[in-house]
Ligand binder design. Sequence first.
Ligand code: ATP
Ligand code: MG
Length: 265
Amino acid sequence: MKQQLTGPQPRIVAIANQKGGVGKTTTAVNVAGELARRGQRVLLVDIDPQGNATTSLGIAKASLTVTTYDLLLGNASPETLPLATGRERLDLIPADQELAGAAVELVGVERREWRLHDGLVPLLPRYDWIIIDCPPSLGLLTLNALCAANAVLIPLQCEYLALEGLAQLKTTLERVRESLNPTLRILGVVMTMYDGRTNLAQQVVDEVQRYFPRLICRTLIPRSVRLSEAPSHGRLAYEYDPHGRGAQAYALLTEEVIGREERTV
Ligand code: ATP
Ligand code: MG
């Protein structure tokens, strides 16, 4: 069960899809960055042992002393965990390989799906948004994200069989709602790596539009080399290529995310 909380609460959005390489991290870091640019106080939580969100912000994993692992295991006081990222209003709880052990270490621990939620409680007053970058699986780490979150944003790559993966994910989310977190909603499905020159990309978008007209986000994230280059420079899209199509798409997506959240408050 979620803890009962009083006062204004941040919106907590998990960026999830069990499929690997669909644009979860790219979406998490760029939406978090765009929210911060719009004056929102944002905490990005990296709950993937790959630590890609951490690296994408230009933070060296070798420099980390405390991570999401310590939050889940209760090794550190939550207030000490958020790192400044060098960007105004954008903090990060980083992750590294150590987090891979958490799933095993939490077996048998009480409230093991709620460790992230419980750990974030003392931090809630500091932020307007918490964005959680999930690993490509539906294991305990993702479950912790889905229990802590109010909403899920699902990046879906414009490729063959995308719809099949989405159906599977929707079933899982339904189960999480029934058994753990009844207030979890799907914020939207964002189509990523869209290449308007191929028929396949358009067909996939049309199909998702047909089956999930309310879920699909209007903004399509284009396939863009600049978007894929930015993380290796530790930069967000708007920092690396501010006028590029990728940066502009993430700015629009962020407006849409804000609008979708406001409609449901
Ligand atoms: P994982 O499941 O491994 O965590 P992910 O779902 O987080 O992956 P990303 O890391 O965001 O996916 O993206 C996978 C790869 O595709 C990365 O190399 C990333 O830079 C690249 N990429 C993401 N979005 C785009 C895009 N719109 N255009 C081009 N390349 C992209
Ligand atoms: Mg990722």
